[in-house]
Design a protein. Structure first.
Length: 279
């Protein structure tokens, strides 16, 4: 007896019914998740202008008394620094102060990778208090996963209120690295660029130097550097000689540095501008 192609398919389907049903269930579930992610990203992008303006007005009123009281002059010279976070654990800043370090960049906080929660770095208060105590020039950086302008402004005011009582001479840095992953899935680069500009401009309006952190992949694939002509760049590439010939004023050139007072490895940086306090 000969079977038609349709009969063969029908027999196969009967014999493997459970597998086929499971396959289509997974397919439908995957499609649902994808459509939800895309829809969520679209909703986040399309926050009404009036809502953003109301938030901005509210933040301006809330933060009106926050202004960097430290006067800083920028000197063109090469200085060496490190950047630290809770990953470095307890740091002996008395030893760091006696090393050959000219400045330190301290992580102040972050937005969670999978939800919209803001967090303070567990060692921020200790690190910045100790660095100020030993007169080590300090800048800070915030790890962002903002997906719209509203979140970027929330992050900016969050940072301002964290640093307002400390002596900040080096820049406040916007560190965004999670392109099209986890909570930033399907968020367009144009939105991410816009978020960074709003964060930096808001912080700058309160008297702080500002800077954008990035690496070669970010520059080549995501950032529109024409939007950041008025801002300095902190460039990361762990190599003896940078392969990027564009403009940047700070270079994170290693992640395996050894500094007295820091247990384990630490990022090493070279800045081509020294931000010096004016007494």
């Amino acid at each position: 007896m000969q079977y038609s192609l349709l009969d063969k398919y029908r027999n196969f389907a009967i014999q493997h019914k459970k597998i086929i049903v499971s396959f289509f269930c997974v397919l439908i579930l995957g499609l649902f998740v994808y459509l939800f992610q895309v829809g969520y990203a679209k909703r986040m992008e399309n926050i009404p202008f009036s809502e953003i303006q109301e938030l901005l007005d509210e933040l301006k009123e809330k933060d009106k008394d926050i202004y960097n009281k430290v006067e800083v002059k920028k000197v063109n010279k090469i200085v060496k620094g490190i950047d630290v976070s809770s990953w470095q654990g307890d740091i002996d800043w008395s030893k760091v102060a006696k090393s050959n370090i000219d400045f330190v960049m301290v992580r102040c906080g972050y937005r969670n990778l999978t939800n919209d929660e803001l967090g303070i770095d567990k060692r921020f208060e200790y690190n910045i208090t100790e660095a100020n105590k030993y007169n080590i020039p300090v800048g800070v950086y915030f790890y962002s996963t903002a997906i719209n302008q509203k979140e970027a402004l929330e992050e900016a005011t969050f940072v301002l209120n964290l640093i307002k009582d400390y002596e900040i001479t080096y820049p406040v840095v916007y560190d965004f690295e999670l392109f099209d992953e986890k909570r930033t899935k399907n968020v367009k680069d144009v939105i991410i660029n816009d978020n960074a500009v709003h964060f930096l401009s808001y912080i700058e309006s309160h008297g702080y130097e500002v800077m954008l952190y990035t690496n070669l992949r970010g520059i080549e694939k995501h950032w529109n550097l024409d939007l950041f002509k008025n801002y300095n760049i902190w460039y990361a590439q762990y190599i003896d000689k940078s392969s990027y010939d564009g403009k940047y004023t700070m270079w994170q050139y290693a992640d395996n540095g050894k500094i007295d007072g820091v247990k384990g490895r630490v990022d090493l940086n070279e800045s081509y501008i020294a931000y010096e306090k004016i007494n």
